[in-house]
Structures are given as structure tokens and as C-alpha cells.
Design a binder for this molecule. Structure first.
Ligand SMILES: *[C@@H]1O[C@H](CO)[C@@H](O)[C@H](O)[C@H]1NC(C)=O
Ligand SMILES: *[C@@H]1O[C@H](CO)[C@@H](O)[C@H](O)[C@H]1NC(C)=O
Ligand SMILES: *[C@@H]1O[C@H](CO)[C@@H](O)[C@H](O)[C@H]1NC(C)=O
Ligand SMILES: *[C@@H]1O[C@H](CO)[C@@H](O)[C@H](O)[C@H]1NC(C)=O
Ligand SMILES: *[C@@H]1O[C@H](CO)[C@@H](O)[C@H](O)[C@H]1NC(C)=O
Ligand SMILES: *[C@@H]1O[C@H](CO)[C@@H](O)[C@H](O)[C@H]1NC(C)=O
Ligand SMILES: *[C@@H]1O[C@H](CO)[C@@H](O)[C@H](O)[C@H]1NC(C)=O
Ligand SMILES: *[C@@H]1O[C@H](CO)[C@@H](O)[C@H](O)[C@H]1NC(C)=O
Ligand SMILES: *[C@@H]1O[C@H](CO)[C@@H](O)[C@H](O)[C@H]1NC(C)=O
Ligand SMILES: *[C@@H]1O[C@H](CO)[C@@H](O)[C@H](O)[C@H]1NC(C)=O
Length: 604
């Protein structure tokens, strides 16, 4: 039993006693070659050693006289003379508070000149290069751009990157190798073949390696194997898509001195932004923010992508630049600018007069009469598009850009009461957009609902209030009787009813929810409200407009304790409105109850 514990203690002690460890032997880091009469400088990787006990201090032994070492930067420097040619062995010792570890490496001092660069990597990373397979060179203005030449590879792709043998030239032999920029060996999903000069691999799934992921690599070239004469940094970026912006965002044309609301949801609003070489779809833009702080008459709502403003008249002819940040569904983003031009718009008005759709629910609207002839649309460079406020609206209405005709039929069961449409005109000649906003109001759907509520006993709000008042008075009378009952028979519960008669807050709080419903007080949304026409009760359907109105099942309250032989009528009538399935019929018991109450009171 104690043995494992003992081993654990020994193990812990061993681990804690050797806190500094060698991560990457210095010999494997391809040290630079020192050349006679040339200054030499090389540092080993900062992550060569790792310590769990804080600061590491470095020391070196067997340094040749021409070479010196700076422990703070881990750098060797000096200039060898002709007599220094050779292969000195140097030992680096790393020490922390508890332990130390050493790594030995051999330096190479040579009188030969280094290889010279012949074909830079940037000139090798082009799409038609037959040595590149299953990789994508980055487009200019790509959101993935890094300072070094880069190639993009989608997750799960196998790839092969062949380097030109004459990337460097020399009179002597030539060796190539590839390491990570921090001096580590390659990640396990790729390997470099130094004979064929190819870097091959399979990119991990993006669940393992979150994309976009950029890995910094370095091609080492040398005239001595295991050393470095020159390096060429490059990057591999794992990403399924590439966002790029060869053109700025289209200029937004705005008419001065006219308030506007424009929704930036047409693909034309993002003309010039490409995903894998094709225009971006607005659905793939997950975040869009426009910094409007510099203009106090302008606002942008990121959630609805609505740019709204009321430009003053003295802005005519001006142009404003606003910073924009755009994020996409594939985790790439960039910052850019959008310009607003205060010019005559392609449309006569930024907001079209709202249209109320007739009872036939047919939409047939032509935009042509709203074109302004102030802009140069005669050249035919303007393309029209319509963006709907919801996909459901787009399903029932169609816009023909050639004829500028909006047509369709809104189905009876359409859930919203309004359809908002933003029309966008895009001119590819001037790379600018103009917008106009149209609101369609649907005919009231209450017509069909009214039929459902055609029960004779529908009550206006005023009538309802009167009924509540009447019931209050009735119960007040009962309360008075009860108060007498309290006086004579000391029945405590009757006093509670007395409270309800005064209808004060405390009394109401004492009521159960079903009691409140019964009296029509308070929480009307849950009670009779459902059985009334919406307009009459002025309530909100909590299930959203168009949802079926449901009469909740009301529990039969226990009313026996009143002690007056008064039984709540609900016991009899409470079940019928639900069981006969007609929402309107639950109204009728209420009127009957009033009469019944009077009868009962008389009996009492
Ligand atoms: C070098 O960077 C890679 C990835 O950035 C990392 O996994 C590796 O541990 C680093 N190497 C060292 C020695 O720190
Ligand atoms: C190095 O410099 C010395 C003195 O300036 C010169 O004699 C020698 O030839 C040079 N060696 C090389 C390899 O440049
Ligand atoms: C998005 O990319 C960043 C780095 O570019 C990365 O840190 C992050 O984990 C990525 N997120 C997702 C959800 O892939
Ligand atoms: C823009 O939208 C807001 C909020 O929906 C509205 O109050 C305003 O009247 C609209 N302005 C125009 C010009 O349509
Ligand atoms: C854009 O969004 C659509 C719908 O969500 C999706 O099917 C498509 O893959 C996305 N495109 C890119 C490039 O992410
Ligand atoms: C945006 O505009 C400002 C000023 O006009 C400019 O300095 C900046 O470089 C622009 N940014 C981009 C991403 O174009
Ligand atoms: C935007 O305004 C410019 C300058 O008046 C005009 O040339 C261009 O056609 C307009 N674009 C649209 C789409 O209205
Ligand atoms: C614009 O020109 C067209 C054809 O020339 C004409 O039918 C239309 O009425 C004009 N619109 C305005 C607002 O003047
Ligand atoms: C603009 O679009 C029209 C029609 O789509 C096309 O014929 C024309 O070449 C485009 N012009 C430019 C400058 O892209
Ligand atoms: C019900 O209410 C509607 C609208 O308020 C009214 O037109 C109708 O005449 C009412 N029906 C009865 C039976 O009172």
C-alpha cells in the first residue's frame, strides 16, 4: 500500500531536483557558419532550455579567443581570422536555482564565400508553379497576409511544396533544411525531404488546429550540412477560405438634407470584398461595425446593419470616410474604410412612401418612377437589387432587377405585419451605391380572427371594465355580509373576503392567481384575455403575432370555506369553454355567473 506513495515521493523529488531541462539540442538548431574576415553573430533559441524554477543563467566554456558570448541575448559574436578556420566545440551550460544542464555544439569556421540567393521564395509562390501542389498562394490584399511570403492550405488537405534547387547558388555543395522560425523542428504533420527539397504533409482538422493558423517556417541553405549560411522565412497558413479586399467598399451616395435609413444587406454593398475570389455573401459577414463617432447626424446599428442619419444641408458635395470592421463566419476579419458621398442619389427619395397591401395580398410595385435622372444611369452601369428584412419576405416576394418590378403574394399565414425592403443601386463604373427604403404594411389579419370570435358576448374594453366593477360591487356586498358573519360567528376566513371587497393591494396579494383571473384583476394575459378579441382587450399575444390563441385550463378553485353555501360557479362552467374547443365560448359563462351570483346572493 505504501510503496506507490513512496515512489511518488521519490519521483516528485527527482523532478523537482532537475528543474532545468534541454528542449532542443543546440547542434540541431543549424548554427550559422562563421566566415574568415567577416563578422559573425548567432544566437541559439530562447526555448533551448526550460526551467520550472525561474530564471536561467547561461555560461559557456571552451570559447575560441575570437568569439565572445552575451548571456542576456544568448548571442555569440566575433570575427574569425584565417588562422581560426576549423571546428571548435563549444559547451553551453544553463543553470537555475537548483540545477544545471549542458548542451554541446560544433562551430564551423570557413574561408569560403556563402551561397548567394538566386530565386526568392516570393517568386516561387505563384499559382501556376508545378512544384506546388494543393496549396494556394495568398491574393494581394488578403486578410491572411503576413510579412513573409505565405501559402494557404485548407484543413485536412495533403500538400507538397517543392523548392527550386537553384534558390541559392554556390560553387561548392549546397544543403537545404526547413525549421520553425523559433528554431524547433517541424510540427509532426509535415516533413521536409532534403534530397527532393519538398515539404510534404497533411494539415490537421480545424477542430485540432483552429483556423486560420499561421505557422512561421524558415528555409535554411548552407554549404555545410547541419549549418546555416542563409535563411528565407515563409509562412504556412491553414484556412479553408481566404478573405481579400482588392477594392475599397463602394461609396455610399447620400442625398443631403434628407433623412435616410439604409440597410447594408445587399451583396452589392460589399462589392470588392472577395471570399476565395468570389463576391462575399452578406450571410457570411457575421459582424459589421461602422465607426460613426465623427458625424453626429449619423448612426449605425450593427445588429440590423442599418445606417441611418439626417444629414444637414451644408454637407452637400462633401465626402466622409468612416472606419469599418468586418468579421466573417470563417474567423477572418479586416479593417477598412467606407466613404459617404453627399451627392444626388440614383433614387428620388431615400424613403419611399409606405404601401398598404390590399386584401388580395398581392404586391405589384415598380421602382422606375422613383429613379432620379440626376445621376448618370443612362449608361446602363447601374445594377439593382432588393434586400428583404427577413428570409420569409424574400420567399414570397420577387424583385426583377431588369424591369425594377417587385411582385408576389404574401401568404395568409405570414407572421409579420410589415415587410421592409432596401433597394440598392450599384454602379460598377463609379463603384458606388445608392439606397432607397420601402415599407409594405400587410392588411390586418383580424378579419379572419373576428369570425372566430363571433360569439355574441364579445365585450369592449369599456364593457369589460364595467363588468369588473360590477363584480367588485357584488363581491363588496358579499364582503359586507361576510363581515357580519365574522362579527357573529368569528369566522376568520370571511375577513379575507372583506379585504377583497375593499380591493386594496394587500387583499389582492392574498388572492391566488386563479382568483385574480376569476375577478379579471391583474394578470389578464393569462386569463380571459385569450378569449377576447385582441383589440378589445389590448393585450399582447405572448406566443407572437399569428400564433394560435390558447385558453389555459383553469383549475377548479376551492371555495367551500366561505361558509355561505356559495360555491364558485367555475366548478360547473369552468370545464365547458375548454371542452367544447371554441375559444370564444369561454366568455359566455361569465355573464351567466353574474346572474347566478345574484340568485345565490338572494338565496343566501
Ligand atoms: C516553437 O513554436 C511552436 C509553435 O508556435 C511551438 O509548438 C514550439 O514549442 C516552439 N518551440 C519551442 C522550442 O519553444
Ligand atoms: C582576411 O584578411 C587578411 C588581412 O586583411 C587577408 O590577408 C586575407 O586574405 C583575408 N582572408 C580572406 C579569406 O578573405
Ligand atoms: C479565430 O482565429 C484566431 C486567430 O486568428 C484564433 O485564436 C481563434 O481560436 C479562432 N477562433 C475560432 C473559433 O476558430
Ligand atoms: C428610420 O428608422 C427609424 C427606426 O426604425 C424610424 O424612427 C425613422 O423614422 C426612420 N427614418 C426614415 C427616414 O425612414
Ligand atoms: C456562407 O454562408 C453559407 C450559409 O451559412 C455557407 O453555406 C457557406 O459555406 C458560407 N461560405 C463561406 C465561404 O464560409
Ligand atoms: C482609412 O482612412 C484613413 C484616413 O482617410 C487612412 O489613414 C487609413 O489608412 C484608411 N484605412 C484603410 C484600411 O484604408
Ligand atoms: C453616386 O454618385 C456619383 C456622383 O454623383 C454618381 O456618378 C454615381 O452614379 C452614383 N451612384 C449611384 C449608384 O447612384
Ligand atoms: C427619368 O427619365 C425617365 C425616362 O427618361 C422618365 O420616364 C422618368 O419619369 C424620369 N424620372 C424623373 C424623376 O424625372
Ligand atoms: C459593369 O457591369 C456591366 C454589366 O453587368 C458590364 O458589362 C461591365 O463590363 C461592368 N463594368 C465594369 C467596369 O466592371
Ligand atoms: C363584437 O365586437 C366587434 C368589434 O368591436 C363589433 O363589430 C361586433 O358588433 C361585436 N359583436 C357583438 C355581438 O357585440
Amino acid at each position: 500500500m505504501l510503496l506507490p506513495f513512496f515512489y511518488a515521493v521519490v519521483l516528485a523529488w527527482t523532478v523537482s531536483s532537475s528543474t532545468v531541462s534541454l528542449m532542443t539540442p543546440i547542434d540541431e538548431q543549424l548554427p550559422s557558419i562563421a566566415r574568415v574576415n567577416e563578422s559573425f553573430s548567432w544566437s541559439f533559441s530562447p526555448s533551448t532550455f526550460r526551467s520550472s524554477a525561474g530564471e536561467i543563467s547561461y555560461s559557456v566554456s571552451s570559447l575560441p579567443p575570437w568569439l565572445s558570448f552575451d548571456p542576456s541575448t544568448k548571442t555569440f559574436h566575433g570575427t574569425p581570422a584565417a588562422k581560426d578556420e576549423g571546428n571548435p566545440v563549444i559547451t553551453v551550460t544553463a543553470q537555475d536555482s537548483t540545477s544545471s544542464v549542458s548542451s554541446q555544439f560544433t562551430l564551423c569556421v570557413t574561408p569560403y564565400p556563402p551561397p548567394t540567393l538566386h530565386i526568392p521564395l516570393a517568386a516561387q509562390f505563384y499559382a501556376a508553379n508545378p512544384s506546388l501542389s494543393s496549396v494556394f498562394p495568398l491574393s494581394p490584399h488578403s486578410a491572411l497576409t503576413t510579412p513573409d511570403p505565405a501559402l494557404r492550405i485548407p484543413p485536412r488537405w495533403s500538400f507538397s511544396i517543392g523548392f527550386q534547387p537553384d534558390t541559392f547558388t554556390t560553387e561548392h555543395s549546397l544543403f537545404y533544411d526547413v525549421l520553425q522560425a523559433n528554431g524547433s523542428g517541424l510540427p509532426e504533420w509535415m516533413e521536409f525531404n532534403s534530397r527532393s527539397l519538398t515539404l510534404n504533409g497533411v494539415v490537421p482538422d480545424d477542430r485540432i488546429l483552429q483556423s486560420p493558423y499561421a505557422i512561421a517556417l524558415v528555409l535554411h541553405a548552407s554549404d555545410q550540412e547541419g549549418y546555416t549560411a542563409d535563411t528565407l522565412p515563409f509562412d504556412i497558413i491553414t484556412a479553408a477560405h481566404e478573405l481579400c479586399q482588392p477594392e475599397p467598399l463602394p461609396t455610399i451616395n447620400i442625398t443631403d438634407a434628407t433623412p435616410f435609413n439604409i440597410s447594408l444587406s445587399s451583396p452589392d454593398d460589399f462589392a470588392g470584398i472577395l471570399v476565395d475570389g468570389k463576391g462575399i455573401e452578406p450571410v457570411n459577414i457575421t459582424s459589421l461595425s461602422i465607426d460613426t463617432l465623427s458625424l453626429d447626424w449619423l448612426k449605425f446599428d450593427s445588429a440590423s446593419r442599418m445606417l441611418s442619419g439626417d444629414p444637414p444641408s451644408d454637407t452637400q458635395g462633401q465626402r466622409f470616410f468612416l472606419p469599418v470592421t468586418l468579421g466573417t463566419s470563417f474567423n477572418q476579419s479586416f479593417q477598412t474604410n467606407v466613404s459617404l458621398a453627399m451627392v444626388p442619389s440614383y433614387f428620388c427619395n431615400p424613403t419611399l412612401p409606405p404601401i398598404v397591401i390590399g386584401d388580395d395580398r398581392i404586391v405589384d410595385f415598380n421602382l422606375i418612377q422613383d429613379f432620379s435622372n440626376a445621376t448618370s444611369d443612362q449608361t446602363g452601369d447601374v445594377k439593382l437589387s432588393a434586400a428583404f428584412d427577413s428570409p420569409a419576405s424574400g420567399d414570397c416576394l420577387a424583385f426583377n432587377p431588369a424591369t425594377a418590378q417587385l411582385s408576389g403574394t404574401v401568404p395568409e399565414d405570414f407572421s409579420a405585419s410589415r415587410i421592409d425592403i432596401t433597394f440598392t443601386a450599384y454602379s460598377n463604373k463609379t463603384h458606388s451605391t445608392s439606397h432607397t427604403f420601402l415599407s409594405l404594411t400587410l392588411p390586418s389579419t383580424s378579419k379572419s380572427k373576428k369570425k372566430a370570435f363571433s360569439h355574441p358576448s364579445n365585450l369592449s374594453a369599456a364593457a369589460h371594465r364595467k363588468l369588473v366593477l360590477a363584480l367588485g360591487i357584488v363581491f363588496g356586498a358579499i364582503g359586507g355580509v361576510c363581515a357580519l358573519g365574522v362579527f357573529f360567528s368569528a369566522f376568520r376566513r370571511c375577513a379575507k373576503v372583506d379585504d377583497t371587497a375593499k380591493a386594496d393591494e394587500e387583499g389582492r396579494n392574498a388572492w391566488s392567481d386563479s382568483d385574480k383571473k376569476w375577478y379579471g384583476v391583474g394578470d389578464e394575459e393569462k386569463g380571459y384575455g385569450f378569449s377576447m378579441p385582441r383589440a378589445a382587450m389590448d393585450i399582447q399575444n405572448p406566443f407572437g403575432a399569428g400564433a394560435e390563441l390558447v385558453t389555459p385550463v383553469r383549475p377548479t378553485p376551492d371555495y367551500g370555506a366561505l361558509g355561505l353555501g356559495l360555491r364558485r360557479v367555475a366548478e360547473r362552467s369552468g370545464s365547458d369553454p375548454i371542452s367544447n374547443g371554441s375559444p370564444g365560448s369561454s366568455q359566455s359563462p361569465r355573464l351567466m355567473r353574474k346572474g347566478e351570483f345574484m340568485t345565490r346572493i338572494r338565496q343566501t
